[in-house]
Design a protein around this ligand. Structure first.
Ligand code: CU
Length: 125
């Protein structure tokens, strides 16, 4: 009898798992916490990659790492700004809710060169 209960429980759990798995597969936007992570490195005076293509309506996490010194990351179109400090990982969430090409740039102006440090987010349908 105990075994029957255990088997029934497994079947129910399996069905729930399949249902939620299917729902996740069927929805375009993943639930929070499972978003795609895009890694970006910053060094004087460039970002790699310098162009990032995102899909409209699919939020992502940008994970920024500085390779040589402190930098910044500013993407005004989507209200995003972060300090990218040497030795730390900066994480920002971007919700690309409209299409187009949008510039991001470094806004740490200590020392020359940062003002030319920029890249582009390209949001496509
Ligand atoms: Cu910089």
């Amino acid at each position: 009898m105990k075994r029957m209960v255990a088997v029934a429980a497994l079947v129910v759990l399996g069905a729930i798992g399949m249902a939620t798995g299917w729902r996740r597969f069927a929805t375009a936007a993943p639930p929070p916490g499972t978003e795609q992570v895009v890694h970006i490195t910053a060094k004087r005076f460039e970002y790699t990659p310098s162009e990032i293509t995102l899909k409209k309506g699919v939020p992502v996490i940008l994970e920024l790492t500085a390779l040589d010194r402190d930098h910044g990351f500013k993407l005004p179109e989507f209200g995003v700004r972060a300090d990218v400090k040497l030795g730390e990982v900066a994480r920002v969430r971007v919700v690309p809710d409209h299409t187009g090409r949008f510039e991001f740039r470094c806004d740490v102006f200590r020392g020359d060169g940062h003002e030319d440090m920029a890249g582009e987010i390209v949001v496509v349908d």
